[in-house]
Design a protein around this ligand. Structure first.
Ligand SMILES: [Zn+2]
Length: 312
């Protein structure tokens, strides 16, 4: 048994997970961050309550894996992106409350570990997950181990457009400025404003003027030209980074995750596969990379955190 805790922007989710990756109990609580001590207290009490809920004693799981949005090193959190933590010795603080070994991981890496053992990456050696969200998260397992150990891959910051849109990493033209869920919404808003006659515009108006990923995909499914054009361009941006990843790493599978990945196949994954087949070097022969949809949804991070010990 392992405990996996997924630290999200607003909530914490802990799962008791067995050797096969099956979840036997889940506990959730709000994040409500008030400093590292209180945060660790919350993590430890969550670990205790999920163990009890799963019918095991809190000392019996082999370890606790914790996935965080940020960078980690050994048992320390170097920084987190939406929680004010910097250089926090999280494992040391945690073990004062509950004496179990602790593995820390970046959240995109945890999602990749979860998919590798229990989802779209099962049976592969080299595997990547690309998560389309506020930014682009990328987790990479090579030969069954997380690439770089605990140093997460930052493929979202591959530059695909020289001198392009400014990114908060300090560069311009990063992949995530064009192919994240946030970027898709910005592209859809711009298209909607220049095409007030479009169905995309109508759908957004029905939604209180707000565009979401699914607004674009439903308008595109209704054959709205404006929405279809947004989808086509978005897939091209998505393909730019995907083909580069494939050319560098040649993984057996790249799994696409995040809310946008729920789009109908013919609008997202099918055209993406066509561009990859046309543009990647594998067209000259050799191993080809399969592009699949991630399978575990919101549980990927929690299951991956629980199985971190196998992948580091
Ligand atoms: Zn960047």
């Amino acid at each position: 048994m392992y405990i996996g805790i997924d630290v999200g922007g607003t909530n914490l989710k802990a799962g008791l997970v067995d050797e096969t990756g099956a979840i036997t109990a889940v506990e959730r609580c709000p994040l409500n961050f008030q400093g590292p001590e209180q945060f660790t207290e919350t993590l430890a009490s969550l670990a205790v309550s999920v163990s009890r809920k799963g019918g095991v004693s809190p000392e019996s799981p082999a370890y606790v894996g914790i996935g965080l949005p940020g960078a980690v090193s050994g048992g320390d959190v170097l920084f987190t992106t939406n929680i004010p933590m910097k250089n926090v010795p999280l494992e040391r603080l945690f073990r004062r409350r509950l004496d179990l070994p602790v593995f820390l991981g970046n959240d995109a890496d945890c999602a990749a570990v979860g998919e590798y053992f229990c989802g779209a990456g099962r049976g592969t050696r080299d595997f990547a997950v690309v998560t389309l969200g506020t930014g682009i998260g990328c987790g990479l397992l090579l030969g069954g181990k997380l690439h770089g150990g605990q140093s997460s891959s930052e493929a979202g910051h591959l530059v695909i457009c020289h001198g392009g849109e400014p990114c908060n990493c300090g560069r311009r033209g990063c992949w995530e400025r064009y192919a994240s869920a946030t970027a898709l919404i910005q592209q859809a808003q711009a298209a909607m404003q220049s095409h007030p006659e479009s169905l995309l515009h109508d759908y957004a108006a029905e939604n209180g003027g707000t565009v979401e990923g699914r607004t674009v995909f439903s308008a595109a499914q209704a054959r709205d030209e404006t929405a279809l054009a947004v989808c086509r361009k978005y897939v091209e941006y998505l393909a730019d980074g995907t083909v580069s990843l494939i050319n560098i790493l040649r993984p057996e599978v790249i799994a696409i995750g995040g809310g946008v990945a729920a789009a109908p196949e013919q609008l997202l994954l099918e055209p993406l596969r066509e561009i990859v087949a046309r543009e990647s070097f594998a067209r000259h022969g050799g191993m080809t990379t399969r592009i699949l949809r991630a399978e575990l949804g919101n549980d990927a991070g929690m299951i991956g955190a629980a199985l971190l010990g196998r992948a580091i």
